[in-house]
Ligand binder design. Structure first.
Ligand code: UT7
Length: 333
């Protein structure tokens, strides 16, 4: 069987217009800018309009148009959409199908949603890579798009200060340019025994939302932050080491670490555990908070756009989230 190389051909991002600052949150719950910034690194986050135009697939449309342009591709060149989100537009149809229509794709391309929480985009990139390597797909649109503001209890200060809305997209495609760009190694994993650390059990088949849930706000996301923190740093460091080893490279070779943006202290601790200089770590949590599946593609896109990440650089994606899911990708951009 022929084996193809894949690479990231283009990226895009979109964040909603409305900005919610820590000062705004001070008026909503018993918190303050100093606590939020020192504990999380977050200054502000973007929040989707509920009037329309900024639903997860709308944000994905805007980001995808940019990514396709950067990749020099037309919508109908895409033969698979992988849409990572825990806040899809609807239960049915999946968001990938909605995006297919919004993009005007008429080739009946495959369209699949990925529910892997904050690791969803990295799951998507790694699955796209496998599809491309085997020849099952040629150009895969990988989306991370979230409207977490819908699922956050705005009366719970332990959680509402953490999250934001936004979208990042990458076109992963077969490398036909004979350049050095390539996805070199990847890992995906999960530890379902840690599910209780970050969950939202109400609203599924087992326990539908009732008026009582709505009154008590028990249908929202709930997290045990301290437990997540410990698991995150350990898992992020282990997965990074795994992909480096598989590619027969060293952590010193890494030009850029693009980690999931859940907490600046998690990112800094992971960087230290790996011995990666802080200047090589992409951090933008101050502007966007935790946008779940969108953090890695937004951070990656921004760093390409402002000239930090260049073609040929060795880039490491590293993500961790509810599930508990995790994944890492090592690539030559
Ligand atoms: O993306 C998925 C992965 N996400 C994560 O992995 C998140 C990981 N966890 C975290 O980022 C941190 O654990 C948090 C930022 C969520 C919390 O930080 P922490 O340092 O673990 O704080 P804590 O929960 O231990 O709370 C410390 C204190 C508590 O008060 P007492 O009991 O010490 O009196 C909280 O009640 O801070 C209080 N507190 C707040 N105070 C002001 C909790 N939230 C707030 C708040 N403002 N928003």
């Amino acid at each position: 069987m022929e084996f193809y190389k894949s690479k990231i051909k283009g990226t895009g991002m979109y964040v909603p217009e409305k900005v919610l600052t820590n000062a705004d949150l001070e008026k909503m719950v018993d918190t303050n800018d100093e606590w939020i910034y020192t504990r999380t690194g977050i200054r502000e986050r973007h929040i989707c309009s509920t009037e329309g135009g900024e639903w997860p697939t709308d944000m994905a449309l805007k980001a995808s148009v940019q990514a396709l342009e950067a990749a020099n591709l037309e919508p109908n060149d895409i033969d698979m959409i992988l849409f990572a989100s825990v806040t899809p537009d609807a239960k049915l149809p999946n968001s990938a199908c909605i995006l297919q229509v919004k993009l005007g794709i008429t080739n009946n391309c495959a369209a699949l949603d990925i529910a892997a929480a904050c690791s969803g985009f990295v799951y998507g990139v790694n699955l796209a890579n496998s599809m491309i390597q085997t020849g099952a797909a040629k150009n895969v649109l990988v989306v991370g798009s979230e409207m977490l503001s819908r699922e956050v209890n705005w009366e719970d200060r332990s959680i509402c200060i953490l999250f934001g809305d936004g979208c990042g997209v990458a076109v992963v495609g077969r490398n036909e340019d004979s350049d050095q760009s390539e996805i070199l190694s990847s890992t995906l994993g999960a530890d379902g025994t840690g599910a209780e650390f970050f969950d939202q059990p109400v609203g599924g088949a087992v326990e539908p939302i009732t008026p009582e849930h709505i009154e008590k706000r028990t249908h929202m996301m709930q997290m045990k932050g301290g437990e997540m923190f410990k698991m995150a740093t350990r898992t992020l460091a282990n997965n990074a080491k795994k992909v480096i080893k598989e590619a027969e490279l060293t952590l010193k070779d890494v030009d850029w670490l693009v980690p999931h943006q859940a907490n600046v202290r998690i990112i800094e601790t992971t960087g230290k555990l790996l011995g990666i200089d802080s200047e090589k770590v992409i951090i933008n949590i101050d502007k966007y908070g935790n946008t779940s599946a969108a953090t890695v593609p937004i951070a990656f896109h921004e760093a390409i756009h402002d000239g930090r990440i260049k073609r040929g650089d060795l880039v490491l994606f590293d993500a961790f989230g509810a599930g508990l899911t995790s994944g890492a990708t090592l690539l030559r951009y």
